[in-house]
Design a protein around this ligand. Structure first.
Ligand SMILES: NC(=O)C1=CN([C@@H]2O[C@H](COP(=O)(O)OP(=O)(O)OC[C@H]3O[C@@H](n4cnc5c(N)ncnc54)[C@H](OP(=O)(O)O)[C@@H]3O)[C@@H](O)[C@H]2O)C=CC1
Ligand SMILES: O=C(CO)COP(=O)(O)O
Length: 331
């Protein structure tokens, strides 16, 4: 049994905390709102994110970050990507703890991956950081539906420790040492899910969705290879696995956000109507910046940026992608 603290009590932090409780770890969940802690500690529910789902009695919620992390051997970071730097600046991660990064985003302005932000702010070396990613929609995981995942770290011992930490009867993490590929795939698929959602919201069917998923994968691989990722990563759980799950599921916030755009709502309206994060709405810009830096073509990502900025409507997005100069598939 290990002492684990999950920092962030939204959909994914709560689902992962529950998974860790299933493994009999001593789990503390940090929630920034005291009323969320109260509900979790007294009613064993987190109604803003999981309705009536009963959380394990053993799960303790704390709103003071220092108290939450006191004695933690593992600290799991589950706040939105663009808030990670600011939060880490306020927190003190216990010496020697292994840090697990859950956020799927690339930082705006710096274009850093989440593990790079962690090292830059805390000084914690890459050997003590792992990234958990893969096709893992939180509500399915919280219902203990079977799923696989990937734990990526440059240090094999860290990857194995985190794999062991999370491995339950229904949740099966594989290790991987390609941190760049795993993090990039997790962030970039959200952008493709927005595009697939737009097409779905316009009433287009499986052919359109599959075409965008496949061409989306092609552009993610192009960027990944340029950044030094292992191309094989993109045919694994962190790549195709997560891309297909996110682009196909009505549970995905990114796909749903895109669908709403496709139905004619504005970005401001959709953002105002939910408290949940759709990471691709911000990360599309940092991924576009990476594409520019590495000189890689990413037409779907560029089109999504234009839609998010209000320069392109849903019809124009589809036209812009289909009217590009014809080319060979493998270029
Ligand atoms: N949900 C999923 O299925 C999966 C999500 N992820 C990734 O996990 C990360 C977290 O997402 P998820 O839990 O789903 O997001 P949610 O929107 O469901 O929850 C976000 C959580 O972070 C808190 N939060 C929001 N803004 C801030 C801030 N500025 N500072 C501190 N805390 C903040 C929220 O608190 P409050 O409730 O008080 O607003 C809430 O607890 C994302 O990067 C996402 O891509 C990865 C795999 C699966
Ligand atoms: O990353 C996810 C599934 O693996 C969750 O996707 P959304 O953030 O779009 O809900």
């Amino acid at each position: 049994m290990s002492a684990v603290t999950v920092m962030g009590s939204g959909s994914w932090g709560t689902a992962m905390a529950l998974t860790l409780c299933d493994n009999d770890h001593q789990v503390t969940l940090w929630a920034r709102r005291p009323e969320v802690c109260h509900k979790i500690n007294t009613e064993h529910r987190n109604p803003d994110y999981f309705g009536d789902l009963r959380l394990p009695d053993s799960l303790a919620a704390v709103d003071d970050p220092d108290r939450a992390m006191d004695g933690a051997e593992f600290v799991v970071l589950a706040v939105p990507a663009q808030s990670l730097r600011e939060n880490l600046g306020r927190w003190t991660i216990p010496d020697g703890a292994i840090v697990v990064s859950l956020a799927k985003g690339v930082e705006l302005g710096t274009e850093l991956r989440m593990s790079e932000v962690i090292t830059q702010v805390t000084g914690i070396g890459a050997d003590r950081i792992a990234v958990l990613t893969g096709p893992n929609l939180s509500h399915e995981i919280a219902e203990r539906q079977p799923a696989a995942a990937v734990v990526a770290s440059t240090e094999q011992e860290t990857a194995l420790a985190v794999q062991h930490l999370f491995h339950t009867a229904t949740f099966r993490p594989y290790t991987n040492n390609d941190v760049i590929g795993c993090e990039l795939a997790g962030a970039a698929k959200n952008v493709i899910a927005l595009a697939v959602g737009v097409a779905a919201g316009m009433g287009y069917g499986a052919n359109s969705g599959a075409s965008m998923i496949t061409r989306g994968l092609a552009e993610i691989i192009r960027l990944g290879e340029a950044m030094g990722a292992d191309p094989h990563t993109f045919s694994g759980l962190a790549g195709v696995g997560d891309l297909v799950a996110t682009c196909s599921s009505p549970l995905s916030r990114n796909r749903t956000f895109g669908e709403e755009i496709g139905r004619g709502r504005t970005v401001a309206e959709i953002t105002a109507s939910t408290r949940q994060v759709a990471e691709g709405v911000k990360s599309c810009k940092s991924i576009k910046a990476l594409a520019e830096e590495y000189g890689v073509e990413m037409p779907i990502t560029y089109a999504v940026c234009a839609v998010i900025d209000g320069h392109l409507g849903p019809d124009a997005l589809v036209r812009a992608l289909l009217s590009r100069a014809p080319k060979a598939e493998r270029t």
